[in-house]
Design a protein around this ligand. Structure first.
Ligand SMILES: CC(C)(COP(=O)(O)OP(=O)(O)OC[C@H]1O[C@@H](n2cnc3c(N)ncnc32)[C@H](O)[C@@H]1OP(=O)(O)O)[C@@H](O)C(=O)NCCC(=O)NCCS
Length: 193
């Protein structure tokens, strides 16, 4: 399976989007670079602060974020990850990735993850970034994308459905969310030509 090395900071798509108030914003989808650490830290801690339906529930320190970003860039360069920063008007406000599974039998499978800062949700960025990443992932041999969301996460359910993901099943109480348990919905999508 070919691994396609990717360059930190490289732009994969650029366009303008109009928000609900009619303001136009410039959007850039590009691979991360080390200088994104401040924006990414602010972004993840804002999601933690709003108790978003994501796996992380404790605020992240700058040191942790630096370590995480270094690993992400390493994986990007090795060709095992398509990680995209969503930059709006020059600031990173979202992050999404398709990460290749590395065991021999699973190298054609990628795991999808995504988050967008609240102010920029429902503008189509989630849909658009997935489609851009899927194109790149396919080039490096990924044929199947796996993902999941928590039972309460309606926006994520809608996003996955509109992208053509199909439900494989649900794991009861697989998610611990601030004192309660919930089901995790497991979904998949084949990447066709
Ligand atoms: C889930 C999330 C990534 C969606 O991103 P987004 O950029 O807002 O999604 P889009 O604007 O591309 O919308 C995609 C679909 O979801 C729907 N959607 C978006 N926000 C929604 C909301 N608040 N309620 C219901 N549906 C919503 C859109 O209508 C669209 O469906 P359509 O194409 O049939 O019209 C975003 O809500 C988010 O970051 N949430 C917090 C973190 C999170 O939950 N991450 C996912 C973990 S699995």
């Amino acid at each position: 399976m070919k691994a396609k090395s990717r360059k930190p900071g490289q732009i994969i798509e650029e366009f303008d989007v109009t928000d609900k108030k009619g303001e136009v914003h410039h959007v850039v989808f590009r691979y991360p670079r080390m200088s994104d650490v401040g924006d990414l830290l602010r972004y993840i801690n804002t999601l933690v602060g709003e108790r978003a339906y994501i796996a992380r529930q404790k605020k992240v320190s700058r040191k942790e974020e630096v370590g995480w970003l270094k690993k992400r860039i390493r994986s990007l360069k090795k060709g095992n990850s398509v990680h995209v920063c969503m930059e709006v008007d020059g600031r990173v406000v979202g992050s999404a990735s398709i990460d290749r599974k590395t065991l021999d039998a699973k190298r054609h499978v990628g795991k999808f993850a995504i988050g967008v800062a609240r102010e920029y949700r429902s503008l189509g960025l989630g849909r658009r970034v997935f489609n851009a990443m899927a194109k790149e992932a396919r080039k490096s041999g990924i044929r199947l994308v796996q993902s999941s969301y928590y039972e309460w996460n309606k926006p994520s359910e809608k996003l996955h459905k509109s992208l053509g993901f199909r439900v494989a099943g649900r794991i009861p109480k697989a998610v611990g969310y601030y004192g309660k348990y919930g089901d995790e919905i497991i979904v998949y999508k084949e990447l066709k030509r």
